[in-house]
Design a protein around this ligand. Sequence first.
Ligand code: NDP
Length: 292
Amino acid sequence: MELIDGNQIATTIVAELKAAVAALGGRPPCLALVRVGDDPASVSYVKKKEKTAEEIGVTSRVILPPVTITQDELFKLIDDLNADPAVDGILVQSPLPKHIDEVAVFRRVSPHKDVDGFNTINLGKVAQEDETGFVACTPAGIMELLARSQVDLKGKHVVVLGRSLIVGKPVALLALQKKAGANGTVTICHSATANLPAITRQADVLIAAIGRAEFVTADMVKPGAVIIDVGINRVADATKKSGYRLVGDVNFPAVSPLAAKITPVPGGVGPMTVAMLMSNTLKARRLAATAR
Ligand code: NDP
């Protein structure tokens, strides 16, 4: 079994991006990070994004509206960022408070600044294999992890567990694309899929993104498969100071001995998501520069 080390691969990408930003003419790329309220996980995610931006030489502009912000006020804030020529990328940290329609907010971000890749236009561009768009960061990170771990999907059966708009569907579309590294034969499974283990056992590459702690067990996996675990789940653990530990959607101790390659949690897909956000921000800067 080979461990796919997301931390190491993300570190390499961050160094590549740092060099690319240093070689850019003009002002550095600028990323606006909008965090509504003080959800603890969002606070730590935004901090990590700010820190990585700084490391690469991307300017970040953090905007912290109160949790009471209305949808219209948030739309106005996004419209202002859309119109601001000094801002290349906009990220609205999820989850948003219940009174705000998250999908409507994602759609409000200009497709030219949608570095999260959640806008309808950008998801459509993934389906159309139009590379001028932005690919959502986690799916893009998964494809990059596979490519940099010498996993070619051509002719492989790729089974994706989960059909969310931010992970399952876009990663399935990417694996299916008619291009080098992709060309997979893709099956997407979800909560209404019948006889799930019989399908996952056929996977040469299994991508688990369902948000269920240690759901994928050894009997669900074909020996020699490549396993990508996207899940981030907290399970109670009294031996930890925090009172919990993070586990993926895959039962790592049981599945890893069977796998040809596998990502750990933490330290697999997670670090790639932030690296891809920075890559998208650099792309937005370049696209804005060529549009002028
Ligand atoms: P969602 O909750 O949006 O989607 C979960 C998907 O899994 C749904 O399609 C759901 O099916 C399916 N599902 C749920 N239970 C089952 C089941 N028992 N059998 C089969 N399918 C099931 O989750 P996300 O896609 O947003 O996230 C998935 C996981 O990935 C989470 O743990 C999340 O924390 C993690 N994540 C990690 C990231 C990273 O950077 N590493 C980034 C984003 C997410 P249905 O559609 O039928 O409801």
